[in-house]
Design a protein around this ligand. Structure first.
Ligand code: CO8
Length: 258
């Protein structure tokens, strides 16, 4: 029996997904992406899960697309099989918060995967980059679009055109990552954060995620309209009334996630 390419675990209300191709620096081949998609969909559908964490090992979150697998692809191979599109779009469909816990390298597709997550917690050992230019290809899993939106055109161009890597401190200063923690505490701190998030109303979390993502994909006026409608809709939810009542009664809320 060969080793599974990803490992999944339930940690309370947090679903933990760990890449498990250490000999290949967690390079993202089709088997990994198929397994990741299946795991994300399963956790997203599980009412016992409130947030999802994706992580790698101390050396690599993921070193990008599997170059050995990609090297011989033809145009027809990638076009006909919808390479990337067929499994990367699943990440966008996940409604629950997804956190990336990144130690070591997050390169190419690995960096793009982290960018597709909602929160990136970086170990102080983390390094981020889109070095596809070295292979005469381009960041093709959202990198040329999400990176400039995340950190601005100047640094994004530099990273894409020169293959420059950002260390954890620069990634935090640039707004690429949410928090930097000591490498030895990465998983513990990320699970702590994910557990805190997963304790809030699952329905409210999904609404917040959708609304923040709207900021990337709509005009300000449209985004504000969407936000306002969603706020009004919260008054139809049991959890919003429970949250406000619990505050006034000075007790912890008991959310039904509805
Ligand atoms: N694909 C396949 N194998 C890899 C990859 C990779 N991306 N990265 C590392 N490996 C393998 C190496 O070939 C090596 O294997 P072996 O021991 O059999 O020779 C093993 O992992 C260890 O790697 P190194 O010996 O190179 O270890 P170092 O510590 O010296 O260097 C690095 C680590 C810096 C990560 C280096 O391996 C490296 O530069 N890797 C390539 C990084 C890269 O170019 N990534 C971008 C790939 S292209 C891409 O991601 C396109 C994105 C859009 C599509 C996404 C679809 C999934």
């Amino acid at each position: 029996m060969s080793e599974p390419v990803i490992l999944t675990e339930n940690r309370g209300r947090v679903g933990l997904i760990t890449f498990n191709r250490p000999a290949q620096m967690n390079a993202l081949n089709s088997a990994v992406m198929d397994a990741l998609g299946a795991a994300l969909l399963a956790f997203d559908a599980d009412e016992g899960i409130g947030a999802i964490v994706i992580t790698g090992n101390t050396k690599a979150f993921a070193a990008g697309a599997d170059i050995a697998e990609m090297a011989e692809f033809s145009y027809s191979d990638v076009y006909n099989t919808q390479f990337i599109t067929r499994n990367w779009e699943i990440i966008r469909r996940v409604r629950k918060p997804v956190l990336a816990a990144v130690a070591g390298v997050a390169l190419g597709g690995g960096c793009e995967l982290a960018l597709a997550c909602d929160i990136i917690v970086a170990a102080d050992s983390a390094r981020f980059g889109l070095p596809e230019i070295k292979l005469a290809i381009l960041p093709g899993a959202g990198g040329t679009q999400r990176l400039p939106r995340a950190i601005g055109k100047a640094k994004a161009m530099d990273m894409c055109l020169s293959a420059r890597l950002l260390d954890a401190a620069e990634a935090e200063q640039s707004g690429l990552v949410s928090r930097v923690v000591p490498a030895a505490e990465l998983l513990e701190k990320t699970l702590e954060l994910a557990t805190k998030i997963a304790g809030f109303s699952a329905q409210a979390l999904m609404v917040v995620k959708e609304a923040v993502n709207r900021a990337w994909e709509s005009s300000l006026a449209e985004g504000i309209l969407f936000e306002r409608r969603e706020l009004h809709a919260r008054f139809a939810s049991a959890d919003a009334h429970e949250g406000m009542r619990a505050f006034l009664e000075k007790r912890p809320p008991i959310f039904q996630h509805r």
